[in-house]
Design a protein around this ligand. Structure first.
Ligand code: HEM
Length: 133
């Protein structure tokens, strides 16, 4: 058994991200949604996610995107976010310990909450006849 470690370097971030999306890609509920959008661009998606978490957890500003935009019209509901959070928390707890590990879980929870609120808002403000799809 490997010992859980602190998240301190970009390599730790890469390990976290690779393990998490490894689970996502095998998940009965989430795999099709991710693969439908990302298709064969997984390396680019993972690169982006390394930069995202490097920025959030290590304070090294390498991510300059808009995190919410690609989620606005995904076919996702509470159950998808619950699964996403479960897999993320499992990945962190199975491999890491310490302050940054706790922060990773906290930030993921907060962003999931914000994404869900925004998706509900987008839906409520999309009337039939708007550009759907
Ligand atoms: C059910 C939950 C979720 C699903 C199905 C999902 C799906 C996706 C997909 C398919 C993309 C790629 C979009 C593209 O390449 O066009 C993406 C990007 C991304 N996701 Fe999620 N996501 C979920 C939750 C979250 C959460 C909770 C976070 C917060 C940590 C997050 C952070 C990001 C970021 C930062 C990007 C990159 C955005 C950019 O293009 O700059 N996602 N997500």
């Amino acid at each position: 058994m490997t010992q859980n470690k602190e998240i301190t370097t970009l390599d730790d971030i890469k390990q976290l991200v690779d393990l998490f999306y490894g689970k996502v890609r095998e998940d009965d509920l989430l795999a099709d949604i991710f693969n439908g959008v990302i298709q064969d661009n997984w390396p680019a998606h993972l690169e982006k996610m390394y930069r995202f978490w490097q920025t959030v957890l290590l304070g090294e500003h390498t991510y300059y995107g808009s995190p919410f935009a690609p989620h606005a019209r995904l076919p996702v509901q509470g159950e998808h976010f619950d699964r996403w959070k479960l897999l993320f928390i499992q990945t962190v707890d199975d491999n890491f310990i310490g302050e940054k590990a706790a922060e990773a879980k906290f930030r993921a929870e907060k962003m999931a909450e914000m994404f869900q609120l925004k998706i509900a808002y987008v839906k409520a403000n999309t009337t039939h006849g708007d550009h759907e799809g």
